[in-house]
Design a protein around this ligand. Sequence first.
Ligand code: PAF
Length: 290
Amino acid sequence: MLILLRGFENILTFVKIVRDPAEIPLDGPRPRALVPTMGFLHEGHIELIRRAVAGSAETVVSIFVNPLQFGAGEDYDTYPRDLERDAALAEEAGADWIFHPDPERMYPPGYATSVRVAGPLTERWEGERRPGHFDGVATVVTKLFGLVRPDRAYFGEKDYQQLQVVRRFTEDLNLGVEIVPVPTIREPDGLARSSRNVYLTPELRPRANVLYRALRAVREAAAGGASPEQARVMGEKVLAEVPEFEPEYLAVVHPETLEPLQEWVPGARGIVAGRFPAVRLIDNMEVWIP
Ligand code: PAF
């Protein structure tokens, strides 16, 4: 176990950092909440931690950049990392301790198991563009649940498809963890908070809220009586206003199965993804509220 000492706002603070899975305390107060993260915490993560702290006797934040969920050519090596800053932020938000294992301890020699949610939920949208990504997420989250043994776990709606995948395998495998969704935290101009926003250049940053604006256009069209397809086309028109943005998909989908919708259902979700130079962004929004 590592105790990280650091001066923070003139107060000497310390937070427990457990690196070795064998040292995870299992006898702490209950209910225990887990906030799984890959670090480089931003306001979205802080909101997850605050909610976990408010509803639980003990809150554990995991910080682990999971190699299994990055494909070839993705940003595993360059993914932003800053443990000292993360530890201070997590502690300030009320976390009781941090789990920060090395990849070699999570996946030691001989490791051979993968968790896969089969079918369209993982095969389309992000699954189609990032083959194997959700297997990596499902595997690491299952391991984190097994190691930390939380009663509940907090996930941001920002990664909406991931949230549905986590719900699916948690139920299918009877993992006994309550999955708590937390709404997306946005910048004042609507851009969803993400660790990858650091890749946006100052020139591109003002245009990066185009995903949010497209989703708003879908929602406004829906409120005005448009069909899901008509609303989707309105969103695409907004995306086309920013030539630096290369859209990958904009769809109106069922909130649990993520199947494209021909008719509105309560909670229908707009989902969007695409690339600016040097950064890929995703976003989503509830677009039909009856
Ligand atoms: O959302 C993330 O940051 C990651 O996918 C997660 C859930 C921490 C698993 O590595």
